[in-house]
Design a protein. Structure first.
Length: 272
């Protein structure tokens, strides 16, 4: 696992967007780049930066295919709080992605279990997800895989906890009762199948969870702790989110990144 600590959310978002753009740009043109994407407030800075890079002609989504993490059950694509609408407004309507290459779970599916099964099959047909971008909840969850979720779970219907509904109430007029009770979500196992996972974390409210995910053991009560088992996992965070990490932990990861940057610069110089 890599842990990259930036002074603030804006710097962390710029770094993450630059990393994603670099991975897309370096991908072989003989097959699409399959990108997993989240919603919520965590990725907004990244999406703004990706749009900026596209407008400056430094990035193209023409060869990108996407799979989103989740969708509320009972909200159609046009609902103001649907994740379909969120993605269109914050990313897809502003870049050159082919809309046929966008995959988002259908919250209005007549057979939700079949919808989830077909979603897993669609990911497999694309050859799997190259990079899965995600955020982390204040209780250490990823997507809607809340505390207690199986670390081997696949795309499925998930009942939302009161804490999650309270956290998302800000999008529903501040009323938790207006937040849908269930959602369709990729599983922890689905995320772990990606060849690379990149998570952005910001703010003091997530500091306790980040400490558990990074410094404690693998635990289904902190589902993002699954990253400890992933061969290519990156967490990029701001100083506030790192506030409860041990001094030694912060020093270790910062030293590793300095060495990584030094090696990259030396390699770049040799190739000139």
């Amino acid at each position: 696992m890599r842990l990259i600590i930036h002074p603030n959310y804006e710097d962390a978002s710029r770094w993450a967007a630059g990393y994603i753009a670099g991975r897309i740009g370096a991908h072989k043109a003989d097959r699409p780049f399959v990108l997993g994407l989240p919603t919520g407030s965590s990725p907004l800075g990244i999406y703004r930066e990706l749009v900026r890079l596209y407008r400056e002609k430094k990035l193209s989504f023409a060869a990108v295919r996407t799979f989103n993490m989740d969708e509320y059950v009972g909200l159609d694509a046009g609902h103001p709080q649907s994740y379909h609408r969120f993605m269109m407004e914050n990313l897809f309507d502003h870049v050159d992605i082919d809309k046929r290459n966008i995959h988002i779970l259908d919250g209005m599916a007549e057979d939700p279990e079949r919808e989830c099964r077909l979603y897993e099959e669609a990911i497999a047909r694309e050859g799997g997800i190259e990079l899965f971008l995600g955020g982390m909840g204040s209780d250490g969850h990823i997507a809607f895989n809340e505390p207690g979720s199986s670390l081997h779970s696949r795309t499925r219907i998930k009942t939302l906890t009161g804490e999650t509904k309270a956290a998302n109430a800000r999008f529903f007029g501040g009323d938790p009762s207006q937040v849908p009770a269930t959602a369709l979500t990729v599983g922890v196992g689905t995320v772990m199948d990606a060849r690379e996972v990149l998570i952005i974390v910001s703010g003091y409210k997530k500091a306790r969870a980040l400490r558990a995910v990074v410094e404690e053991g693998i635990n289904h009560m902190w589902t993002l702790s699954c990253l400890q088992m992933h061969p290519r996992a990156i967490i990029v965070c701001d100083e506030e989110a790192a506030d409860e990490l041990r001094v030694g932990t912060v020093r270790y990861f910062r030293d590793i990144e300095k060495q990584t940057l030094r090696a990259y610069r030396e390699k770049t110089e040799r190739e000139k």
